[in-house]
Design a protein around this ligand. Structure first.
Ligand code: GLA
Length: 387
């Protein structure tokens, strides 16, 4: 891949003088969905698939971007001053947002850059191709300009850029999982205070399989921000009767005790998901460390049911993938992953069942939905690197 991006860089920008190659992963969340903006826990891991970049500093103030994933867009140019989101800037709003965010945090970008990207995460799949580009951009800026920022800072700056520049009110999970990724480990992150531990993912005799629904969506046009504000309203209602800062502070029993303070049935279900999903995540991490993969899988399944029925972020594509997966012998657990509304599912599948999983779920999906799903047997990888 290093050679591929260097070759293309030369073709697009003329030569490879001063170029370095970087990589940042994508991520998959094993459990703890829609909990990160509710002060709860998440349990994601970085993948070995992700985004590659060839980049260099220029002697002027110009920015030139090129993506091998959107070749039809050609080279997209702008200046480094007065950065603002523009529709015609398309995907470059992600790297530009990060450059803007560095400036906001006191790290001025002194010179322009040429940046070429090539990702092998399916775009819009819910495996965080945008957060991957954000963390990757941060790693590039840090390397070339010597900014004193940690990987955790890269996550926070990435999230800041997504919230304030690109207008998606996302939580910290994606950028954190990508910036802090560790091979063969999932990250058990408490989003209330960003404390975290790495948990080894030892699935003896089984693998993580991702099924991509190929239903495209962007968080900007999804109901993501709506869910977030429903939870905020429910929290404000609960705060009238119980002293909490976030939904993640409640146990299931406390939620049941106080839920009548929420004035709307839909909001009760939204908040219930946030509370119960957080508790499921705690149980799942304990199950994994006790090597109880069967229980881990059952909790994944329960997570999907809650996202389907109470949080209502699944849809027929993700439900079909998961419900068909549950029918396959050798599937330990299966659920949607990421924001939902399209995107991917994550399943833990016994080695000997992977082929039948892909063919059975794939055929049933195509028959019901009308187009094919894609399947990836994935590995857990590290955070951003200079190659
Ligand atoms: C998206 C957001 C994350 C998180 C998930 C849902 O991936 O970017 O912050 O909220 O959805 O768990």
């Amino acid at each position: 891949m290093k050679e591929t991006v260097l070759k293309k860089f030369e073709e697009v920008f003329g030569d490879t003088e001063g170029v370095k190659v970087f990589f940042a992963p994508g991520r998959v969340n094993l459990i703890g969905e829609h909990t990160d903006y509710n002060g709860g826990h998440v349990f994601p891991c970085a993948l070995t698939i992700g985004t590659y970049a060839a980049a260099r500093v220029r002697n002027d103030k110009k920015l030139r971007f090129y993506s091998m994933n959107f070749e039809q867009l050609g080279v997209i140019e702008s200046g480094i001053e007065g950065l603002k989101p523009e529709k015609e800037a398309d995907w470059t709003n992600y790297p530009k947002g990060v450059m803007w965010a560095f400036g906001e945090k006191g790290f001025q970008i002194p010179q322009g850059m040429d940046i070429l990207l090539n990702g092998n995460i399916p775009n819009g799949s819910g495996l965080s191709s945008s957060a991957s580009v954000e963390v990757l951009t941060g790693a590039i800026l840090r390397d070339f300009f010597g900014f004193d920022v940690s990987n955790q800072d890269l996550a926070l700056i990435g999230q800041y850029s997504e919230n304030k520049f690109n207008g998606v009110n996302c939580g910290i999970m994606d950028q954190f999982a990508i910036a802090m990724g560790k091979k063969d480990h999932a990250i058990f992150l408490d989003t209330a205070d960003l404390s975290y531990t790495y948990a080894p993912v030892k699935l003896e005799g089984a693998k993580i399989v991702i099924a991509c629904s190929n239903k495209k969506r962007g968080l900007g046009d999804s109901k993501y921000n709506e869910r977030r504000s429903e939870c905020e309203t429910a929290l404000a209602e609960l705060q009238k009767v119980v002293d909490i800062k976030s939904l993640g502070e409640l146990t299931e029993a406390q939620f049941e005790e106080y839920k009548s303070a929420i004035q709307d049935e839909t909001r009760v279900r939204r908040a219930k998901h946030a509370v119960y999903e957080n508790q499921r995540t705690l149980q799942a991490v304990a199950a994994l460390s006790a090597n109880d993969i069967a229980l881990f899988g059952q909790l994944m399944n329960a997570s999907h049911v809650s996202l389907r029925d109470d949080y209502e972020v699944t849809g027929i594509e993700l439900d079909t993938l998961v419900e068909e997966a549950w029918k396959v012998e050798g599937v330990i657990g299966s659920r949607m992953t990421g924001a939902g509304f399209g995107g991917c599912t994550v399943s833990i599948v016994k080695d000997e069942a992977i082929d039948s999983f892909i063919s059975q779920v794939g055929e049933a999906y195509k028959a019901k939905i009308g187009y094919a799903a894609d399947f990836y047997v994935v590995e857990i990888g590290d955070g951003p690197v200079v190659l």
